[in-house]
Design a protein around this ligand. Structure first.
Ligand SMILES: [Zn+2]
Ligand SMILES: [Zn+2]
Length: 319
């Protein structure tokens, strides 16, 4: 079934596996050698995350919630209010794949990663509850959990994100067709309700060049916690959802016309954007936010905060 909610056909496909992500990272590093200091330590987190996918290849939880198009049309994400118990029995396996990578890349958090991993393994930390609190942005609930584990709340949030990503990506993948067919115009993810880590403008579709949509430039948001992609309005802050072009400042980088960051003057958040019409060799959208870190720096220097917390825009804050 085809609908006008479909994503632009010119978007690069989701990378197939860990090897494909590694190749995309190598390509990004070739394109942006000046960002090696970011791509080299954070890139392996993406690879470890995709290694965890292999553990979930045959995972089809029976209790995975159904998609109710009416609920989405009213603005409630698919997983809103769900207790996520269907993923609880996979948390430990995923944590064992992703947390050692986080610890290995960032020795300063290694001890705390070890405590989180031990707690998940020993059943003292319920991964369903952990991820629920993450998705709810329940800072108080996460802080309580962190205190019980003797880790910093910021670190627990990052660890939770790494554990959540493969589980939510797989779950969202099992329901993609239904979710993509539902009406959705919000700034948060229709699957998990999280905010985007980056936005993209699509390339021209030569096959449909005679149609208006073939001109490219359709905007797509990438979810920071499940990597779902969805069509977004051309001008809209994902956080406060205002669509006032005067309240959203677009800042470009000299000599890089395809790279820009949108600053929302209403809520003080920013979202990087990559124009795929002006950028060659993009193999995997998922890793591209790493290549836009200079825009994070630019926005933060102006006093703006990221729409979504990610390891690469947070670590180094002393959290
Ligand atoms: Zn999501
Ligand atoms: Zn805003």
């Amino acid at each position: 079934m085809s609908s006008h909610f479909e994503l632009p056909e010119t978007l690069p496909p989701v990378a197939a596996d860990a090897e494909a992500v590694q190749r995309a990272l190598d390509g990004l590093l070739t394109r942006r050698p000046e960002l090696a200091g970011v791509i080299s330590p954070f890139g392996p987190l993406f690879v470890a995350s995709r290694r965890a996918d292999a553990l979930l290849k045959n995972w089809r939880p029976e209790e995975l919630p159904r998609v109710f198009p009416d609920k989405l049309a009213q603005g409630a994400p698919w997983l809103a209010g769900d207790d996520l118990q269907w993923l609880a029995d996979r948390g430990a396996a995923v944590a064992a794949e992703v947390l050692p990578e986080l610890a290995g890349q960032f020795p300063v958090v290694a001890e705390e990663c070890g405590r989180v991993l031990a707690a998940v393994n020993e059943g003292r930390l319920d991964s369903a509850l952990l991820i629920r609190r993450l998705l709810d942005n329940d800072a108080e609930g996460l802080a309580t959990m962190a205190a019980g584990l003797d880790v910093r709340p910021g670190l627990l949030g990052l660890a939770a994100r790494e554990i959540a990503l493969p589980l939510l990506r797989r779950a969202a993948g099992l329901r993609t067709a239904e979710i993509a067919a539902a009406q959705w115009s919000r700034g948060c993810c229709p699957c998990c309700g999280s905010l985007p880590s980056a936005s993209f403008l699509s390339r021209r579709d030569e096959r449909n060049a005679e149609f208006l949509v073939g001109g490219g430039g359709r905007k797509v948001f990438l979810c920071s916690r499940c990597e779902h992609r969805w069509n977004a309005k051309r001008v809209m802050c994902p956080v406060c959802e205002n669509e006032d072009p005067h309240a959203i400042e677009r800042v470009s980088v000299e000599q890089k016309p395809g790279e820009r960051v949108y600053l929302c003057k209403k809520c003080g958040t920013y979202l990087p954007c990559l124009d795929l019409r002006e950028t060659l060799d993009v193999a995997a959208l998922e890793i591209e936010p790493l290549g836009l870190v200079h825009l994070d720096i630019l926005a933060r220097e102006r006093g703006f905060v990221p729409a979504a917390v990610t390891p690469w825009n947070t670590m180094g804050d002393g959290e």
